[in-house]
Design a protein around this ligand. Structure first.
Ligand code: M6R
Length: 600
């Protein structure tokens, strides 16, 4: 998804902006650009492709500027091209803008502006904003921006600079994320924290409906009426090293290996948080979980735990479906909104609509200060550290960890388990981190196995009960980074359709720890074998039966049946990773995907 950066201060803006843009590339992009003001003139450089193209274009040009904005674009309106890349400017080259999100009424605004004599150069919706600002500019940039945003419909974040006022950046947030970074004699702007981590950890996340005016020595925040707003400063709890590859070939592999730490840190963070719930559990008769992608799969595992331990019915709904469905919600409903980024538009808007209907919304987020963190009634944090690879790995483990802890916390609050039992269970659960560590030793073996299946055109993943979501997650991971078609299924459903797909060319990954559904899934495995399917199984070490029936067997350490989803998913992530890597694909930035999906 698009990335915004801005810099104003004593240093040369160009290297700062380029470095910050590079930190945003994990979000996915197809073109990049930068605008600075030098000697009173706007200088704009834009390139299609990777940031290095932009860096090359700037080589040897000794621009010196103390103000600038930059952008990585992920095309929505208009194909990837230099004309459509941001920054976009007015024809007088006095204003430049970078923008994330979508201006829904851009067509009618464009027609109106063309009638007034404005000349458009791109197919983007963004360009209308800069023309509107130029149209409304009467000697005060902030006032022109305030007037322009009244005309815009949609969700957006943008930053604008002008040759008329070269000492400031004006930035607007409505829907898409935007944060201000605070320095000494310099200030920063970015759509995501990693962009400014090399420079500062002090940030002000903007809320929807806010405008920031940055000079090198000040940051002032206003609402859309132009009235000042006072804001809290957040200190980002990560350092720059945690957002670097640290010797691993890809961020994804590094993050897979960080799972044990993510689990331990999430347990530690949970225990240090105030565990008094800001609602009365006696009033809650139902839980609805809303989330997307991997977070949705974590929610599905959480449902089994919550229903088993806390005995509260828990429905899990895709956030994108929830928002437009007529799900009965009232003040007795607890909504769990799960999002590692805390910026996923579908999840945020679903959470806001649940809140409007009277539900209590608990955010489960990894990014402190993110939009969902601030919009939820209260937040429980996963402590996975920054996740850069588009594929969610360690944040999924952290979400599972937190959901298990929530399930027993709710059980304790309902007096279903004693305080002592609650803490005893957590002590036992802590051992999961070392079981994950042990499972990671499968890395090389899985790399070998991957080489045998990497040319498959389709792979099925089957699991039951707690590991049905694991099958969904294994399939999602594989398809998003390797582009191999994959389906996750509850194994019992196979006979109702997917079994027709099985022949000697179809690899089937079967997740079969020795739990309450083990015998059932072994029968499903037999069904696959009798159709000549090629079985890759994941099961407990020492399971000779499973090993003997499988073409490949991945052994995981014995674990209490309730906690197996934290372990079984580990080999599946490695399997997807090695297949994508061996196919020579861009593992961390798969095609067509973005890390943070801020459009609906
Ligand atoms: O930031 P979120 O947890 O809200 O993101 C939700 C999905 O976009 C995300 O999990 C996506 O499915 C991942 N790329 C999966 O690996």
């Amino acid at each position: 998804m698009c990335g915004i950066v801005g810099y104003i201060g004593n240093n040369n803006a160009i290297p700062v902006i380029l470095k910050a843009l590079e930190k945003l590339t994990y979000r996915g992009y197809d073109s990049a650009g930068i605008a600075i003001i030098e000697k009173g003139k706007l200088v704009v450089e834009k390139k299609v492709g990777k940031i290095r193209e932009l860096i090359r274009a700037l080589w040897g040009k000794s621009y010196q500027s103390h103000i600038g904005i930059g952008h990585t674009r992920w095309a929505t309106h208009g194909a990837p091209s230099v004309e459509n890349a941001h920054p976009q400017t007015d024809e007088g080259k006095n204003f430049a803008i970078v923008h994330n999100g979508i201006i829904e009424n851009y067509q009618e605004l464009k027609e109106e502006l063309i009638k007034k004599g404005h000349k458009f150069q791109s197919q983007t919706d963004t360009e209308v904003i800069v023309h509107l600002i130029a149209e409304y500019y009467k000697g005060n940039l902030l006032e022109a921006v305030l007037k322009a945003i009244k005309r815009l419909k949609g969700a957006f974040a943008f930053a604008v600079i002008s040759t008329f006022e070269p000492d400031k950046i004006v930035a607007v947030k409505k829907g898409s994320p935007l944060i201000v970074g605070l320095g000494k004699g310099e200030n920063f702007l970015a759509s995501d924290i990693p962009a400014i981590l090399p420079y500062t950890r002090n940030v002000i996340p903007l809320d929807d409906g806010e405008i920031a005016v940055l000079t090198k020595d000040s940051v002032d925040i206003f609402n859309f009426e132009g009235l000042p707003v006072s804001k809290e400063i957040f200190v980002v709890p990560w350092d720059i090293l945690s957002a670097e590859k640290g010797g691993f070939k890809h961020f994804m592999l590094k993050e897979i290996f960080e799972q044990p730490k993510a689990i331990s840190d999430t347990i530690g963070g949970f225990l240090s948080q105030d565990l008094n719930l800001p609602f009365d559990i006696k009033n809650i008769n139902r839980i609805i979980t809303i989330a997307c992608g991997s977070s949705y799969h974590a929610g599905l595992v959480g449902k089994y735990w919550i229903e088993k331990n806390a005995k509260i019915p828990n429905e899990v709904i895709y956030a994108s479906e929830f928002r437009y469905a007529d799900v009965p919600i009232d003040e007795n409903t607890l909504v769990l909104a799960i999002s590692q980024s805390g910026e996923t538009a579908d999840t945020r808007f679903a959470a806001l609509s649940a809140k409007e209907k009277g539900a209590t919304v608990v955010g489960i987020v990894n990014v402190v200060g993110s939009s969902l963190d601030r919009e939820a009634d209260f937040t429980l944090y996963t402590h996975a550290g920054p996740e850069i690879s588009v594929a969610a790995t360690k944040t999924y483990s952290a979400q599972l960890t937190l959901l298990y802890l929530i399930s027993i916390l709710l059980a304790h609050k309902k007096n279903l388990i004693s305080k002592e039992d609650f803490y005893n269970r957590i002590d036992e659960f802590k051992k999961i981190a070392s079981s994950v560590e042990k499972t990671l030793q499968l890395n090389e073996k899985i790399s070998d196995i991957a080489s045998k299946y990497k040319h498959s055109s389709s792979i099925l993943f089957m699991g039951r009960w707690l590991n049905y979501p694991t099958a969904l997650e294994g399939a999602l991971k594989l398809k998003e980074i390797s582009y191999i078609h994959a389906e996750g299924y509850p194994a019992g459903e196979m006979k109702h359709g997917p079994i027709a797909l099985i022949d000697e060319n179809m690899p089937v990954v079967i997740i079969a720890p020795k739990d309450r559904v083990y015998d059932k899934i072994l029968s499903n495995l037999e069904e696959v074998l009798s159709r000549k399917g090629r079985v890759i199984s994941v099961g407990f070490e020492g399971d000779k039966v499973l090993k003997q029936k499988s073409e490949k067997f991945l052994s995981i350490p014995y674990t209490d049946e309730e906690w197996t989803p934290l372990i079984t998913v580990v080999p599946l992530k490695l399997f997807a990773y090695h297949i994508a890597d061996q196919l020579g694909l861009d593992v961390d930035q798969p095609r067509n995907l973005a890390k943070t999906v801020t459009v609906e």
